[in-house]
Design a protein around this ligand. Structure first.
Ligand code: 13P
Length: 389
Protein backbone atom coordinates (compact mmCIF):
# COMPACT_ATOMS: atom_id res chain seq x y z
CA UNK A 1 0.00 0.00 0.00
CA UNK A 2 1.13 3.63 -0.41
CA UNK A 3 2.85 5.38 2.49
CA UNK A 4 0.63 6.75 5.23
CA UNK A 5 0.72 10.44 6.15
CA UNK A 6 2.89 10.51 9.29
CA UNK A 7 1.15 13.48 10.84
CA UNK A 8 -2.25 11.76 10.49
CA UNK A 9 -0.78 8.54 11.88
CA UNK A 10 0.66 10.25 14.96
CA UNK A 11 -2.50 12.26 15.61
CA UNK A 12 -4.47 9.01 15.55
CA UNK A 13 -2.10 7.50 18.12
CA UNK A 14 -2.21 10.69 20.21
CA UNK A 15 -6.02 10.74 20.28
CA UNK A 16 -6.31 7.02 21.03
CA UNK A 17 -3.49 6.87 23.59
CA UNK A 18 -1.02 4.49 22.09
CA UNK A 19 2.45 5.03 20.59
CA UNK A 20 3.61 4.12 17.10
CA UNK A 21 6.95 2.31 17.08
CA UNK A 22 9.60 4.24 15.17
CA UNK A 23 12.22 1.56 14.73
CA UNK A 24 15.78 2.50 13.75
CA UNK A 25 16.87 0.30 10.85
CA UNK A 26 20.47 0.09 9.64
CA UNK A 27 19.99 -2.43 6.83
CA UNK A 28 17.54 -4.76 5.11
CA UNK A 29 17.76 -7.40 7.87
CA UNK A 30 16.61 -4.90 10.50
CA UNK A 31 13.92 -3.71 8.09
CA UNK A 32 12.57 -7.20 7.36
CA UNK A 33 12.28 -7.99 11.09
CA UNK A 34 10.42 -4.75 11.83
CA UNK A 35 8.00 -5.20 8.93
CA UNK A 36 7.32 -8.82 9.90
CA UNK A 37 6.51 -7.66 13.44
CA UNK A 38 4.15 -4.94 12.17
CA UNK A 39 2.37 -7.40 9.86
CA UNK A 40 2.06 -10.04 12.60
CA UNK A 41 0.59 -7.58 15.12
CA UNK A 42 -1.35 -5.51 12.51
CA UNK A 43 0.34 -2.34 13.75
CA UNK A 44 1.11 0.94 11.98
CA UNK A 45 4.85 1.46 11.99
CA UNK A 46 7.57 4.01 11.22
CA UNK A 47 10.75 2.84 9.47
CA UNK A 48 13.29 5.21 10.98
CA UNK A 49 16.56 5.97 9.20
CA UNK A 50 18.93 7.56 11.72
CA UNK A 51 20.94 9.96 9.56
CA UNK A 52 23.96 9.87 11.88
CA UNK A 53 24.32 6.10 11.23
CA UNK A 54 24.97 6.51 7.50
CA UNK A 55 27.31 8.26 5.11
CA UNK A 56 25.12 10.45 2.88
CA UNK A 57 25.55 8.23 -0.19
CA UNK A 58 24.75 5.11 1.87
CA UNK A 59 21.57 6.73 3.13
CA UNK A 60 20.53 7.75 -0.38
CA UNK A 61 21.10 4.28 -1.77
CA UNK A 62 19.21 2.63 1.10
CA UNK A 63 16.09 4.82 0.77
CA UNK A 64 14.78 3.26 -2.50
CA UNK A 65 14.95 -0.21 -0.88
CA UNK A 66 13.04 1.03 2.14
CA UNK A 67 10.48 2.71 -0.11
CA UNK A 68 9.95 -0.49 -2.08
CA UNK A 69 9.54 -2.59 1.08
CA UNK A 70 7.10 -0.05 2.56
CA UNK A 71 4.95 -0.25 -0.56
CA UNK A 72 4.66 -4.02 -0.32
CA UNK A 73 3.49 -3.89 3.32
CA UNK A 74 -0.18 -4.50 4.11
CA UNK A 75 -0.05 -2.32 7.25
CA UNK A 76 0.35 1.50 7.33
CA UNK A 77 4.00 2.50 7.06
CA UNK A 78 5.73 5.89 7.16
CA UNK A 79 9.42 6.53 6.45
CA UNK A 80 11.20 9.02 8.69
CA UNK A 81 14.76 10.34 8.53
CA UNK A 82 15.98 11.06 12.04
CA UNK A 83 18.54 13.54 13.45
CA UNK A 84 18.99 15.61 10.31
CA UNK A 85 20.71 18.95 10.61
CA UNK A 86 21.66 19.67 6.99
CA UNK A 87 18.88 21.39 5.03
CA UNK A 88 20.21 20.22 1.64
CA UNK A 89 20.20 16.57 2.75
CA UNK A 90 16.71 17.06 4.21
CA UNK A 91 15.50 18.32 0.82
CA UNK A 92 17.06 15.34 -0.97
CA UNK A 93 15.50 12.71 1.30
CA UNK A 94 12.11 14.39 0.97
CA UNK A 95 12.44 14.36 -2.81
CA UNK A 96 13.22 10.65 -2.57
CA UNK A 97 9.84 10.12 -0.93
CA UNK A 98 10.59 9.99 2.81
CA UNK A 99 7.47 11.44 4.41
CA UNK A 100 8.82 12.40 7.82
CA UNK A 101 11.95 14.20 8.95
CA UNK A 102 13.33 15.00 12.36
CA UNK A 103 15.30 18.24 12.39
CA UNK A 104 17.79 18.17 15.21
CA UNK A 105 19.17 21.52 16.30
CA UNK A 106 18.64 20.53 19.91
CA UNK A 107 22.09 21.48 21.14
CA UNK A 108 21.83 25.03 19.78
CA UNK A 109 20.46 28.02 21.68
CA UNK A 110 16.66 28.42 21.70
CA UNK A 111 16.56 31.21 19.10
CA UNK A 112 18.93 29.42 16.72
CA UNK A 113 17.08 26.13 17.14
CA UNK A 114 13.79 27.95 16.38
CA UNK A 115 15.18 29.78 13.33
CA UNK A 116 16.79 26.77 11.66
CA UNK A 117 13.95 24.39 12.46
CA UNK A 118 11.34 26.86 11.15
CA UNK A 119 13.23 27.16 7.85
CA UNK A 120 13.10 23.39 7.36
CA UNK A 121 9.45 23.19 8.39
CA UNK A 122 8.51 25.70 5.68
CA UNK A 123 10.23 23.64 3.01
CA UNK A 124 8.98 20.29 4.34
CA UNK A 125 5.37 21.43 4.53
CA UNK A 126 5.56 22.50 0.88
CA UNK A 127 6.56 18.89 0.19
CA UNK A 128 3.75 17.45 2.36
CA UNK A 129 6.31 16.05 4.83
CA UNK A 130 5.79 15.81 8.60
CA UNK A 131 8.42 17.49 10.77
CA UNK A 132 9.61 16.66 14.27
CA UNK A 133 11.69 19.19 16.19
CA UNK A 134 13.52 18.77 19.48
CA UNK A 135 13.64 21.20 22.38
CA UNK A 136 16.11 20.37 25.12
CA UNK A 137 18.70 17.74 24.19
CA UNK A 138 18.51 13.97 24.57
CA UNK A 139 22.15 12.86 24.80
CA UNK A 140 23.75 9.98 22.90
CA UNK A 141 23.02 10.85 19.26
CA UNK A 142 24.87 14.15 18.65
CA UNK A 143 24.70 15.67 15.18
CA UNK A 144 27.96 16.69 13.53
CA UNK A 145 29.27 20.16 14.13
CA UNK A 146 26.55 21.29 16.49
CA UNK A 147 27.20 22.02 20.17
CA UNK A 148 27.91 19.40 22.81
CA UNK A 149 26.10 16.28 23.91
CA UNK A 150 25.10 17.28 27.43
CA UNK A 151 21.62 16.39 28.57
CA UNK A 152 19.39 19.48 28.49
CA UNK A 153 15.91 18.90 29.85
CA UNK A 154 13.01 20.36 27.86
CA UNK A 155 11.76 23.56 29.44
CA UNK A 156 7.98 23.30 29.84
CA UNK A 157 7.88 27.11 29.88
CA UNK A 158 9.39 27.33 26.37
CA UNK A 159 7.58 24.57 24.49
CA UNK A 160 4.53 26.61 23.50
CA UNK A 161 6.66 29.35 21.90
CA UNK A 162 8.88 26.70 20.28
CA UNK A 163 5.96 24.87 18.69
CA UNK A 164 4.23 28.06 17.53
CA UNK A 165 7.34 29.69 16.07
CA UNK A 166 8.69 26.63 14.30
CA UNK A 167 5.38 25.17 13.06
CA UNK A 168 6.55 21.60 13.81
CA UNK A 169 4.05 18.73 13.77
CA UNK A 170 5.47 16.73 16.68
CA UNK A 171 7.96 17.42 19.43
CA UNK A 172 10.83 15.30 20.75
CA UNK A 173 11.18 15.84 24.47
CA UNK A 174 14.07 15.46 26.86
CA UNK A 175 12.64 14.32 30.18
CA UNK A 176 15.47 12.11 31.43
CA UNK A 177 15.41 9.77 28.41
CA UNK A 178 18.82 8.93 26.93
CA UNK A 179 19.83 7.32 23.62
CA UNK A 180 21.59 3.96 23.69
CA UNK A 181 22.69 1.86 26.65
CA UNK A 182 23.57 4.75 28.94
CA UNK A 183 20.41 4.65 31.03
CA UNK A 184 20.42 5.58 34.66
CA UNK A 185 18.66 8.90 34.93
CA UNK A 186 15.04 8.60 35.90
CA UNK A 187 12.23 9.87 33.69
CA UNK A 188 10.98 13.23 34.93
CA UNK A 189 7.29 12.50 34.54
CA UNK A 190 6.16 15.71 36.23
CA UNK A 191 8.02 17.63 33.52
CA UNK A 192 6.37 15.53 30.80
CA UNK A 193 2.95 16.28 32.29
CA UNK A 194 3.69 20.06 32.20
CA UNK A 195 4.90 19.83 28.58
CA UNK A 196 1.77 17.93 27.58
CA UNK A 197 -0.39 20.57 29.26
CA UNK A 198 1.43 23.36 27.42
CA UNK A 199 1.15 22.00 23.86
CA UNK A 200 -1.50 19.94 22.14
CA UNK A 201 0.63 18.03 19.62
CA UNK A 202 2.00 14.48 19.59
CA UNK A 203 5.17 14.11 21.67
CA UNK A 204 8.06 11.84 20.73
CA UNK A 205 10.20 9.83 23.11
CA UNK A 206 13.74 9.15 21.88
CA UNK A 207 15.92 6.61 23.65
CA UNK A 208 13.12 4.05 23.85
CA UNK A 209 15.49 1.18 24.76
CA UNK A 210 15.62 0.02 28.35
CA UNK A 211 12.57 1.75 29.79
CA UNK A 212 10.10 -0.14 31.95
CA UNK A 213 6.54 -1.00 30.97
CA UNK A 214 5.33 1.45 33.59
CA UNK A 215 7.48 4.24 32.11
CA UNK A 216 6.11 3.54 28.63
CA UNK A 217 2.57 3.57 29.94
CA UNK A 218 2.99 6.88 31.77
CA UNK A 219 4.71 8.44 28.76
CA UNK A 220 1.87 7.39 26.45
CA UNK A 221 -0.77 8.58 28.91
CA UNK A 222 0.95 11.97 28.82
CA UNK A 223 1.06 12.70 25.11
CA UNK A 224 3.82 10.45 23.75
CA UNK A 225 2.56 9.09 20.40
CA UNK A 226 5.83 7.89 18.87
CA UNK A 227 8.64 5.98 20.55
CA UNK A 228 12.04 5.80 18.86
CA UNK A 229 13.72 2.47 19.42
CA UNK A 230 17.04 1.29 18.04
CA UNK A 231 19.58 -0.11 20.53
CA UNK A 232 17.27 -2.94 21.63
CA UNK A 233 17.03 -4.15 18.01
CA UNK A 234 20.79 -3.84 17.50
CA UNK A 235 21.33 -5.84 20.70
CA UNK A 236 18.93 -8.55 19.51
CA UNK A 237 21.03 -8.87 16.35
CA UNK A 238 24.36 -8.91 18.20
CA UNK A 239 23.07 -11.57 20.57
CA UNK A 240 22.16 -13.83 17.65
CA UNK A 241 25.48 -13.29 15.88
CA UNK A 242 27.40 -14.12 19.07
CA UNK A 243 25.30 -17.28 19.58
CA UNK A 244 25.92 -18.31 15.96
CA UNK A 245 29.67 -17.84 16.43
CA UNK A 246 29.66 -19.72 19.74
CA UNK A 247 27.86 -22.62 18.03
CA UNK A 248 30.39 -22.74 15.19
CA UNK A 249 33.71 -20.95 15.36
CA UNK A 250 34.26 -21.42 11.62
CA UNK A 251 30.95 -19.75 10.74
CA UNK A 252 31.11 -17.47 7.70
CA UNK A 253 29.04 -14.35 7.08
CA UNK A 254 25.85 -16.15 6.02
CA UNK A 255 26.00 -18.48 9.04
CA UNK A 256 26.70 -15.58 11.39
CA UNK A 257 23.68 -13.63 10.14
CA UNK A 258 21.36 -16.64 10.26
CA UNK A 259 18.23 -15.85 12.30
CA UNK A 260 18.96 -12.17 13.02
CA UNK A 261 15.73 -11.05 11.35
CA UNK A 262 13.79 -13.41 13.60
CA UNK A 263 15.41 -11.81 16.68
CA UNK A 264 14.49 -8.31 15.44
CA UNK A 265 10.94 -9.47 14.76
CA UNK A 266 10.52 -10.86 18.28
CA UNK A 267 11.91 -7.71 19.93
CA UNK A 268 9.77 -5.40 17.76
CA UNK A 269 6.64 -7.46 18.56
CA UNK A 270 7.38 -7.04 22.27
CA UNK A 271 7.68 -3.25 21.83
CA UNK A 272 4.56 -2.90 19.69
CA UNK A 273 2.50 -4.76 22.28
CA UNK A 274 3.97 -2.70 25.14
CA UNK A 275 3.07 0.53 23.33
CA UNK A 276 -0.46 -0.64 22.49
CA UNK A 277 -0.20 -0.07 18.72
CA UNK A 278 -1.04 -3.71 17.94
CA UNK A 279 -4.34 -4.19 16.12
CA UNK A 280 -4.55 -0.53 15.00
CA UNK A 281 -3.62 -0.98 11.32
CA UNK A 282 -7.18 -1.15 9.96
CA UNK A 283 -8.36 2.00 11.77
CA UNK A 284 -5.28 3.93 10.70
CA UNK A 285 -5.67 2.83 7.07
CA UNK A 286 -9.32 3.89 7.10
CA UNK A 287 -8.88 7.23 8.88
CA UNK A 288 -5.50 8.56 7.71
CA UNK A 289 -4.47 9.89 4.30
CA UNK A 290 -2.35 7.74 2.04
CA UNK A 291 0.39 9.59 0.19
CA UNK A 292 1.58 8.58 -3.24
CA UNK A 293 3.44 9.96 -6.21
CA UNK A 294 1.69 12.33 -8.59
CA UNK A 295 2.69 12.98 -12.18
CA UNK A 296 2.49 16.26 -14.00
CA UNK A 297 2.59 15.90 -17.74
CA UNK A 298 3.10 18.71 -20.23
CA UNK A 299 3.51 18.61 -23.97
CA UNK A 300 5.79 21.00 -25.68
CA UNK A 301 5.74 21.98 -29.34
CA UNK A 302 8.61 23.98 -30.76
CA UNK A 303 7.07 26.59 -33.06
CA UNK A 304 8.28 28.19 -36.26
CA UNK A 305 9.92 31.11 -34.53
CA UNK A 306 12.45 28.62 -33.19
CA UNK A 307 13.98 28.26 -36.62
CA UNK A 308 17.39 29.78 -36.81
CA UNK A 309 17.82 29.49 -33.03
CA UNK A 310 20.29 27.08 -31.43
CA UNK A 311 19.08 23.49 -30.87
CA UNK A 312 16.48 23.09 -28.19
CA UNK A 313 18.18 20.05 -26.56
CA UNK A 314 20.56 22.03 -24.29
CA UNK A 315 17.66 24.28 -23.31
CA UNK A 316 15.53 21.26 -22.43
CA UNK A 317 18.38 19.75 -20.41
CA UNK A 318 18.71 22.98 -18.47
CA UNK A 319 14.93 23.05 -17.93
CA UNK A 320 15.06 19.44 -16.72
CA UNK A 321 17.82 20.25 -14.19
CA UNK A 322 16.00 23.32 -13.01
CA UNK A 323 12.63 21.54 -12.58
CA UNK A 324 14.33 18.61 -10.81
CA UNK A 325 15.79 20.96 -8.20
CA UNK A 326 12.34 22.16 -7.06
CA UNK A 327 11.58 20.67 -3.61
CA UNK A 328 9.31 17.63 -3.76
CA UNK A 329 10.21 16.74 -7.35
CA UNK A 330 11.18 13.06 -7.46
CA UNK A 331 12.28 13.01 -11.13
CA UNK A 332 11.82 14.74 -14.47
CA UNK A 333 11.89 13.04 -17.85
CA UNK A 334 11.72 14.71 -21.22
CA UNK A 335 11.14 12.64 -24.35
CA UNK A 336 11.01 13.65 -28.00
CA UNK A 337 8.13 12.45 -30.17
CA UNK A 338 9.26 9.86 -32.74
CA UNK A 339 6.55 10.83 -35.19
CA UNK A 340 6.17 14.61 -34.80
CA UNK A 341 9.30 16.69 -35.17
CA UNK A 342 9.63 19.43 -32.58
CA UNK A 343 7.18 17.82 -30.16
CA UNK A 344 8.24 16.78 -26.67
CA UNK A 345 6.63 15.30 -23.60
CA UNK A 346 7.73 16.47 -20.15
CA UNK A 347 6.85 14.27 -17.17
CA UNK A 348 7.46 15.62 -13.69
CA UNK A 349 6.95 13.10 -10.88
CA UNK A 350 6.26 14.64 -7.49
CA UNK A 351 6.27 12.93 -4.12
CA UNK A 352 2.62 13.76 -3.37
CA UNK A 353 -0.33 16.11 -4.07
CA UNK A 354 0.92 18.85 -1.74
CA UNK A 355 4.29 18.92 -3.48
CA UNK A 356 2.51 19.03 -6.86
CA UNK A 357 0.48 22.08 -5.80
CA UNK A 358 3.57 23.92 -4.66
CA UNK A 359 5.47 22.90 -7.76
CA UNK A 360 2.93 24.57 -10.02
CA UNK A 361 2.97 27.73 -7.93
CA UNK A 362 6.75 27.88 -7.58
CA UNK A 363 8.71 30.71 -9.08
CA UNK A 364 11.25 28.35 -10.62
CA UNK A 365 8.53 26.46 -12.47
CA UNK A 366 7.18 29.74 -13.84
CA UNK A 367 10.67 30.86 -14.83
CA UNK A 368 11.33 27.63 -16.71
CA UNK A 369 8.04 27.69 -18.60
CA UNK A 370 8.26 31.36 -19.51
CA UNK A 371 11.87 30.98 -20.64
CA UNK A 372 10.89 28.14 -22.94
CA UNK A 373 7.91 30.10 -24.26
CA UNK A 374 9.95 33.23 -24.91
CA UNK A 375 12.84 31.54 -26.65
CA UNK A 376 10.93 29.04 -28.68
CA UNK A 377 7.32 30.18 -29.04
CA UNK A 378 6.29 27.00 -27.30
CA UNK A 379 2.88 25.71 -26.48
CA UNK A 380 3.04 24.53 -22.87
CA UNK A 381 -0.24 22.83 -22.30
CA UNK A 382 -1.82 22.83 -18.89
CA UNK A 383 -0.68 20.18 -16.45
CA UNK A 384 -2.64 17.01 -16.16
CA UNK A 385 -2.51 14.94 -12.99
CA UNK A 386 -2.34 11.19 -12.96
CA UNK A 387 -2.52 9.46 -9.58
CA UNK A 388 -0.16 6.54 -9.06
CA UNK A 389 -0.83 3.50 -6.91
P1 13P B 1 17.57 3.90 21.59
O1 13P B 1 18.76 3.49 20.77
O2 13P B 1 17.92 4.23 23.00
O3 13P B 1 16.45 2.93 21.49
O4 13P B 1 17.05 5.28 20.95
C1 13P B 1 16.81 5.35 19.57
C2 13P B 1 16.45 6.73 19.17
O5 13P B 1 15.94 7.52 19.95
C3 13P B 1 16.70 7.14 17.76
O6 13P B 1 16.36 8.47 17.54
Amino acid sequence: MPLMDLNDMLKHAYRHRYAVGSFGIDDTLFMAGVLQAAEETRAPVVLNLIATHFAEDELESFIPLVMQAAHTATVPVAINVDHLSDGALAQRVMSMGCNGIMIDHSSLRFSENVGRTAECVKLAHQCGVTVEGELGHVPGEPVDGEGGDEQILTSAGEVKAYVERTGIDCLAVSVGNVHGHAKGSKMDLARLVRIHQAVDIPLVLHGGTGLTLEQYRKAIDNGVAKINYYTGLADAISKRIKANLAADHRAVYRDLMHGVTENVRAEAVRCIKSWRSDGRAAEVSAQCRAVGEVEYVATLAVGNTASGKPGIEPVLQEAQRSLASIPGVARVSIGASRTHAGRYCVIVTLVNETAARHFLESQRHRQVTSKLALSYATDWSDGLYVEMD
